[in-house]
Each structure stands twice: as structure tokens, then as C-alpha cells.
Design a protein around this ligand. Structure first.
Ligand SMILES: [Zn+2]
Length: 487
């Protein structure tokens, strides 16, 4: 036989085998049918009464507090007073501590010798401009089974649902197995020091370890990704770091009537274009990102299922394609860089002798903050730019999915949300949880609230809202978690 034909035959045979392997793996990855959604434990009227109570917290605006400004504390004190009025049994039974605007509660368990657990939330909210809202952001109005307002999702919902669960359990005479602590900071949204103040307070009072440090993060999302066949509960195992950089160009300034081609501004512009066109950071599927996609693959539509259930073959292709298809998916593969602020000269007819741009990096999960800065510095050097680190913090350690706490949380999710898939995931945003990395190796980030993808898009945006049945389910979730937890 012609040698060329033999080669062609071999190539075709290899392709045929690959196609068969890929199709078999895809077929095997199909998930069994999801379970039935649990019937709501509250009637519609009871859900509305619950939401009305929650609305009392929404009606107290608590824009994120700036460290050191005590005049901002008044709104937080008002909110804390409302919390006491809403939960009289919590007030009578739990020990309350305030550290400036931070609110801490201590629920004593039956076994003080066991490691305590910590549930978190934050009292502050991002600003809301009423112009874009259908209903007033601090009105706490209910329409068609949905409560609207700033903080309904992020993050007063967690505070309300956790303490409502405690209130309900106290009514039943329940005492938790271990000590349970609750810590609600006052400036999570402005990356303030509230959570650190709580950490310092815990250490000063002899508490240096939590069996679980559980904060906001992943949620129960209707369509976590397009085309998924069921809602997914995603539990954040880590969160990215944060770096602010100033990149400065220096050179000859002058009158704008006789411009040279190469100015401080053109060098900065070329640098920005370079970084945006040729990503200088390492991109790859880290084990936890691979675990996330492998976990979710069974619920993807056929095309995506084929790709993600055959990462052994398509990983390289996906690493290249994902950042251009979805910025969110791209951010999972490594450090990102966004240019956020710029300054040139003070006059429109003056070429600046100094111009700068601020870059915000989110380092992780492939490179730490230092390596990410160095990668960017190499590009900056090519354009003769100075690079100054203004702020830098690494990604949080990754919580192991083999840990007892993670497994317990997953079992609660499977029990309370049987119609949903469950998956670990990695957060590209930040939470207060990072401050507790030195106090717990089981830092979990999960918000037990069902959200539609539309609701999810209202986080930090106009028309933030929560469904009344989701609110009721979240209270039940916390109750179930606390009632069955054994240290
Ligand atoms: Zn939040």
C-alpha cells in the first residue's frame, strides 16, 4: 500500500478512536435526574410576615462605614437595636459584644471543650442611587412574592436568616453542641478593618480557632451557567487576592501645538493595549477550578458537557478560549488586571511630563501577588514605566474538600436543596472570610439562598431583591445546619 495512504489511515483511525472516547465519556457524564424541591415550610402569609420583619433591617440604610469615622456608627447602632427588637430570645440568651460598629454574638453550646464555629455576615451595604430602582432601595417593599431593597441579598439576608434560625431554635429549647459565634462587620464593602477588629477581639479573648468560619460567597443559583439543567449550590473554597498598582510614565512635557510621537501618554496607552491584548499572567486550570467544572459538567448542555467531561483533551483549548468567551470564566484561570484610574496633565493644551494609570489586579489562583506584579513589571519595563505597589494581598488559602466542615455543609445542602447540584468553586470577589484564614482551615463561603440569574445580576446593582420563599428556605437551612451540627 502507498505509504501516504497508510499515514492517512492511521490518522483517521486515531481521530475515530478519540471521537469514540470523547462521546462515551460525555454520555457517561450525564447526571441522574434531580430530586424534588422541598415544599416550603411556611405558608404564603407566614413568608410575608417573615419578609416584613426582614424589611425592618432593609429600611435602615447602612452604607459601608469608613474606618475611624465614629459619626457613621449611628446607623449601625440603629440597625443593631432593630436586631434586638426582632429577636428577643437572642437578646436574652446570647452574649452580645460590639467592637466599634462590629456586632458579635456568642451562643454557648453543651460542649465548651469542643472547637467553636463561626457564622458571619456584614451589616454594611454598597450605595444605592434611587434613580435606577423600580422601588425605593431603602423602602423594603414587597411585590409579587419578592422583597426589594439594598441589602436584601448582600448581606443583611444572612444576618436576618441566621438570627431568625437561632430565635426559632431557642423557642424549641435547643442548645447547640458547640459554642456558636456570629460576627457581623460594618465595612466589608469598603474593605475596611471591621472583620480584622473581630479577629483581634477573638484572639484577645482566648479564641484562636474555629472548626468552621462560614461567610457569604456562593449561592444556590438557578442558572449558574447558561444551559444548565438544574440549579447549582456553589461553595467558595478560596477567594482571590487584591493589588493596586500605580504605573507612571515620565518624560519631556511641553506645548501640545508641537507634539512628538512618543509622549508619557502614548507610552501608557501602548502599555495598556499590550497588557489587554497579550495577557502577561499565567492561565491554567488549577485543581480546584478543574474540580468545579468536572462537578458541574453533568448538568451542562451537550456541547459544554462534551468539552468539560473531556478536559484531558480540551483543557488547552479551553484555557485559550474561555477568557474571550466570558470574562467571569476567564477570571477563574488566573490573575486579572483592570485599569481603573488615569491622570495626565491639568490642562488640555499641555503634554504632561508625568502621567499615570492605576491598575487593579486580582491575583490567584495560578500566581501569587508578587509574581503577578513581576509579570506586569516586565511589560512596564518595555515602555520605560515605573511601577509602584500601593496595596497588595495574596489570595486566601484553599479550603480542602476533604475537611469535616465542608462535607457537613455539603450534606446539609443535599438535604435542604435536593433539586440542586452542588459544587465547590473559587471566588473572584472578596469577603470578610479572608481575615479568618489564620483561625480556621475550614473557611467556607456560601449563601444558602436561591437566586435566579437575573437576581444575581442585581447584586451591587439596581433592584436588589430576594424571593420570599428563598428567604424562608434560608432560615430553614441555617436552622437545620445548627440543629444537626456536632463538633
Ligand atoms: Zn457581601
Amino acid at each position: 500500500m502507498n505509504p501516504g495512504l497508510i499515514v492517512l489511515f492511521i490518522i483517521l483511525a486515531v481521530i475515530a478512536v478519540l471521537v469514540i472516547v470523547v462521546l462515551v465519556r460525555t454520555a457517561r457524564t450525564k447526571a441522574p435526574a434531580p430530586g424534588e424541591r422541598l415544599a416550603p415550610s411556611r405558608t404564603a402569609a407566614e413568608q410575608e410576615a417573615l419578609a416584613e420583619n426582614f424589611a425592618r433591617l432593609i429600611r435602615i440604610p447602612t452604607p459601608s462605614h469608613v474606618d475611624g469615622r465614629t459619626d457613621d456608627l449611628e446607623s449601625f447602632q440603629k440597625l443593631q437595636k432593630e436586631v434586638e427588637d426582632l429577636f428577643p430570645k437572642v437578646k436574652d440568651t446570647l452574649e452580645k459584644v460590639t467592637v466599634d460598629g462590629v456586632l458579635i454574638y456568642h451562643w454557648k453550646g453543651r460542649h465548651p471543650e469542643k472547637a467553636p464555629i463561626l457564622l458571619m455576615g456584614h451589616q454594611d451595604v454598597v450605595p444605592a442611587d434611587p434613580k435606577g430602582w423600580t422601588y425605593p432601595p431603602y423602602g423594603g417593599e414587597i411585590h409579587d412574592g419578592i422583597l426589594y431593597g439594598r441589602g436584601t441579598m448582600d448581606d443583611k439576608c444572612n444576618i436576618f436568616c441566621q438570627l431568625q434560625a437561632v430565635e426559632d431554635l431557642l423557642k424549641k429549647g435547643f442548645v447547640p453542641d458547640t459554642d456558636v459565634w456570629f460576627a457581623y462587620s460594618d465595612n466589608e464593602e469598603s474593605s475596611g478593618g471591621g472583620a480584622q477588629k473581630a479577629v483581634d477581639w477573638f484572639r484577645a479573648h482566648g479564641i484562636s480557632h474555629f472548626a468552621i468560619a462560614w461567610d457569604e460567597g456562593g449561592a444556590v443559583v438557578d442558572k449558574a451557567m447558561a444551559g444548565m439543567d438544574r440549579p447549582y449550590a456553589v461553595v467558595g473554597l478560596t477567594e482571590k487576592g487584591y493589588v493596586d498598582l500605580k504605573i507612571t510614565a515620565r518624560g519631556a512635557g511641553g506645548h501640545s501645538s508641537t507634539p512628538k510621537k512618543d509622549t508619557t501618554v502614548t507610552r501608557l496607552a501602548a502599555f495598556i493595549t499590550d497588557v489587554n491584548t497579550h495577557c502577561p499572567f499565567e492561565r491554567k486550570f488549577t485543581p480546584h477550578v478543574r474540580a468545579m467544572f468536572t462537578n458541574m459538567a453533568p448538568s451542562f448542555p451537550f456541547g459544554l458537557r462534551l468539552l468539560f467531561s473531556n478536559l484531558w483533551l480540551f483543557e488547552g483549548l479551553l484555557t485559550k478560549l474561555m477568557p474571550s468567551i466570558s470574562s467571569q470564566a476567564g477570571a477563574l484561570l488566573g490573575t486579572t488586571c483592570a485599569f481603573t484610574m488615569m491622570k495626565g496633565s491639568d490642562a488640555s493644551n499641555v503634554i504632561p511630563s508625568e502621567a499615570y494609570v492605576i491598575a487593579n489586579l486580582r491575583p490567584g489562583f495560578t500566581q501569587n501577588a508578587k509574581d503577578s506584579v513581576e509579570a506586569l513589571r516586565k511589560v512596564a519595563d518595555r515602555y520605560d514605566l515605573e511601577l509602584t505597589v500601593l496595596k497588595s494581598r495574596d489570595a486566601a488559602p484553599v479550603t480542602s474538600t476533604d475537611g469535616k466542615a465542608y462535607k457537613y455543609l455539603i450534606s446539609c445542602i443535599q438535604r435542604r436543596f435536593p433539586d440542586c447540584g452542588v459544587s465547590p468553586y473559587v471566588m473572584t470577589g472578596c469577603t470578610d472570610n479572608r481575615h479568618y484564614a489564620s483561625m480556621s482551615d475550614q473557611c467556607l463561603r456560601f449563601y444558602p439562598v436561591r437566586l435566579t440569574d437575573q437576581q444575581l445580576s442585581c447584586m451591587h446593582a439596581d433592584n436588589e431583591c430576594v424571593s420570599l420563599d428563598a428567604l424562608s428556605d434560608a432560615v430553614d437551612f441555617y436552622e437545620d445546619f445548627l440543629e444537626h451540627y456536632e463538633g
